[in-house]
Design a protein. Sequence first.
Length: 269
Amino acid sequence: MQRQYVHVGARTIAYFDSAPHDRSLRVLVLIHAFPLGAAMWEGQVKALPPGWRLIAPDLRGFGGSTIAEPDEAPTMDDYASDVIDLLHELELPAPVVGGLSMGGYVTLALLRRMTPRAVVFAATRASADSPEGRANRRGMLVLVDREGPSGVARDMMPRLLGATTREEQPEVEPLVRRLIKQQTPAAIRGAVLRMMERPASFDVVAALAVPAIIVVGEEDELTPVDDSRRMAEASPGARLVVVPRAGHLVNLEQPDAFNAAIRGFLGQL
Ligand code: MLT
């Protein structure tokens, strides 16, 4: 996939595009997790059935996207606005939209403002942070200020990858570490602040009137299977797929199973 750029006002929004400028294709937009960038979706080009194009934006500050300053009261809506700006610039009125974990939180914010063709929720949740979760976020802010992205990678790694991946696929950890170390402390800080302020969104999930798939790794510790089950219960039309032998970063840990689920879903639209 090639990294592309659009300029909106003073901002640059970077995105990966599997088929730049091909207007004849249907579009899947995938939004990345925290604290990775859009490059985490590289392996999902293989998930596309014929006739589809993948677009993966870098959220502000991540990858090649600039950070917006001043960032005084950051919310998930900022990220959603950036994705909407990108869709306008690329003239993509109703793509399939989805994301993993934080990318799912952004998708939920987007759903308050637009109706996509269909939705992909991966390893995410519709609940807000608990008080304990917010306290952990404050700890993460201290960690990123003190040790930067490497410290964040070290702290999160045991929860980002499932036990099976850590035991049987030792090559995945350095890949994830590299994706995290490419990010800036400012981008990570902005994402933490946005995640801790996000609202619960079960109302959005319950109001979904388009096809949806919910994919989660069986060994996910960050957003356990129960979080996905609760989303599926709130939206009875949604299809729930639990991927065996995968933790939180299900698309990187079990790409074949993840891609098969997405390909099957897109193929039926
Ligand atoms: C993510 O993977 O995007 C984050 O771990 C989600 C979170 O911390 O809530």
